[in-house]
Each structure stands twice: as C-alpha cells, then as structure tokens.
Design a protein around this ligand. Sequence first.
Ligand code: AMP
Length: 310
Amino acid sequence: MLGSRPIKNFTKSQGKRTPFKNKKAVYMIQIIRTIPEFRKFRKSLPPHHRVGFVPTMGALHAGHASLVEFSVKENDSTISSVFVNPTQFGQGEDLSKYPRMLENDAEILEKKGANVLFAPVTSEIYPETSSQIGFTIHDLDRKLCGASRPGHFNGVVQVVSLLFHIIHPDNAYFGEKDFQQLMIIKQLVKEQHFGVNIHGCPIVREPDGLAMSSRNLYLSHEERKQAVLLSQILFYLKENYRDFNNLEAVKSFVSEQLTQKSVMRLDYFEILSENGLNEVSGWDSAERPHAFIAAFCGNTRLIDNMPLFS
Ligand code: AMP
C-alpha cells in the first residue's frame, strides 16, 4: 500500500489530506475539487515554496507521468489537474466520450510523487455567467492543429490562463507531444506576464514508437497496428529528409506511405521551423526544421512531431 507522502517543508496541520479509497489501497494524495479549497491550500504553503504544475485532461499514461516526475524533481510540491476542458473541443469532437478514470489517475499521480490532484467539475471553472473570451496568439494558432480544429487553441489558452490564475505555479510542465500547444503557452505567458516558467518535456513513446496519448485508448487492435506508421515516417524522415529535393516531394512521400501501408487519412503534414513555426526555406539545420503530422486512424485523430536536425 502506498503511504502518505508529506509535502516538502509542509506539515500535516497546514493542509487537510483527504484519504482516497481505491480497490485495495487508501491513497493519501490530496484531492481538491473546488477553487476556494485550493486557494486555502495554496495560501497555507510556506513562503518561497516552489510549486510545480502539470495540467492534464486525465486518462493518465507514462507521458503524463514523466511530466510529474520532472515537476517533483524541481519543486517543493507538485499539483496536477485533471479537467476535460469543454472549450477546446469542437462540434462533433470526442468531448462526451473522452476517457474519464479519476481513480486510476489519482493512483498514478500518487505513485509519481504528486501532492495534490485538482479535479474541478466543469461549472467550477466555467460558471454559467462565464463570457466567451477570444485569444489569438500571433499566427501560432492559425496553422497545423489550429487550422484543422478552429477554436481549439482558444479553448486551450482560456483554460490554461484560468488554471494559472487558480494554481499560481512557479513552474508548469507541458509535453512536446503537443508541440504547437507548448509554443502557444510560452507565448501566452510572455504576453500576459504570468511569471510562470514553462518547461517542455520530451515525447514518451510506446516501445514500437507510437507517441503515447489518451486517445490511443480508442484504437481497435487493427488501428493500433497501423497507427505506428506515423512515428515510423517521422523517424525515417529524421534520417533521410536531406535526400528529398523539396517539401512537396516529402509531402508526396508521406501521403503515399499512408495510402499504401494503412487506411489512415492524412490531416496535415508540415515541416516548419522549431522557433516560431514558420516555413523553412530549405534543409538548413540552422532553421531547425521540425516535422508535424496529424492523421485520422479510423475516427481517432492522432498527432506526432519530431525535430529533423540533430
Ligand atoms: P492531455 O491530457 O492530453 O491534455 O495532456 C496533458 C499534458 O501531457 C500535455 O502537456 C501533453 O503534451 C502531455 N503529454 C501527452 N502525451 C504525452 C507524451 N506521450 N509524452 C509527453 N507528454 C505528453
């Protein structure tokens, strides 16, 4: 059984620890459901106590767990949120069927050393009186996933801003799996003077190379076998992209591979500069070319990305 893990420099009397019952064990990670309760907890922390924050939508896997590990190493306490944010889902997307498994999530967070799980209900974050707030983050949110999923990054920026206001972290950890999201959050924090250090963490992959994702749970056995092609294409291009004459030739190769070897449907494939997500003029590694891919595997939209320079 996992025991209670004291928050560094933080005595028990300063915060209520809520035992969380799971199948066999009682977990002592503190589960906080409301903003006032979280604020009370936050105020009770000693001055100069470094708070790390890992925002998630739950259905946690080893990718999420790696972010928690980074945070635990670099902070005095680690807060992770599980909140399936409705405003970042478009019409007809998977909001209602998005996997929800809070008990399992609490167990993973506890094992990785997180101290608090902040898991508000939707109305806590968005009271009925909430107004629609519009954000544009340079041109960063108009391309790649921003073009395919209109309004998606507006929802992401909205919820991350709200969570930063509530949590007041010193450090926040985001995965490079959602590379464009990471760029947008960095820009948001700069423009809005949030005073939070944003850390990008490497993509965690399955043993065969598929980028871990909560959405992989949707894949049938056959789809799962095909999905690995996305990472295989990226790994191949990392080694060989200099052999192609131009971007058009790379794009044809990618779409041919998908058609010949799978029934996946390409949403986009782009090579853009790592800094600023701009078009690259050629194969100069000084431009830090980075490949981005999104494809539908059955009804499931998967994304992956990889730097093409070493
Ligand atoms: P999500 O729950 O999908 O919103 O993801 C929460 C955070 O986990 C985001 O910062 C993601 O980029 C990150 N993340 C998701 N999958 C992975 C992965 N395979 N490797 C590293 N980070 C990930």
